[in-house]
Write a protein that binds this ligand. Sequence first.
Ligand SMILES: C[S@@+](CC[C@H](N)C(=O)[O-])C[C@H]1O[C@@H](n2cnc3c(N)ncnc32)[C@H](O)[C@@H]1O
Length: 230
Amino acid sequence: MVEERLVKSRQRVADHGEVFTPRWLVDDMLDLVKGETERIDSRFLEPACGSGNFLVPILERKLAAVQARHGRSDFEKRHYALFALMCVYGIELLADNAAECRENLAGTFARYLKVDASSEWSRAAAAVLAANIVQGDALKMTDASGEPITFPEWGYLGRGKYQRRDFHYANLTQRASFQGTLFDAFEEHEVFTPVRTYPVMTVAELDRPLVEPVETARPLVEPVETEDAQ
Ligand SMILES: C[S@@+](CC[C@H](N)C(=O)[O-])C[C@H]1O[C@@H](n2cnc3c(N)ncnc32)[C@H](O)[C@@H]1O
């Protein structure tokens, strides 16, 4: 059995509290929210994600759900696998950990679809991960350049089409804390306005730079209901 490396150096433990979680503990913790981890479209954010010790098993569970529900159609399987990846988010302070996390998630995705790095699926996955796994400070809510962290909300519209709207992380956390409280009376748009809305994209378009002007606050086209959401 390969021994898990849970500490990179004493210095990093002292400086950043960097101790990785062993797989058995990750599995036990994920089992506490088993139903959510096995739902393709449930969104998970790990605000101190390291190299992905939680995010990789979450993706594996989602891909198992993709296989069970869409494994018979290559088209659906590939598109839902990418959608599963789109629902996994992370923030990590250290550049090397953030890069490893993206690599580990990309490898899990590519092995499942049996594609190599040059395929359009791997290129789309890399574009998704560049946006979803942010190198930054989760407490200050800023990225490595000191700018406010934004996250994309992806939607799968069916028939090979994806939608993306970007939100400030700070607004998303604010929204979560308002839910179920007296702040329910807040108008949704006051805390939940996208900073950017993208045109609908196919897999091949996901890694292309945006050329057309972006709109703000365009209403989201309703994504397809997945079996998971019911
Ligand atoms: C205890 S480790 C856990 C890593 C991973 N979640 C795991 O369980 O294996 C904490 C991680 O958080 C990162 N970190 C420390 N302070 C952070 C901050 N303010 N924002 C984002 N990440 C941070 C560290 O670099 C380290 O990778």
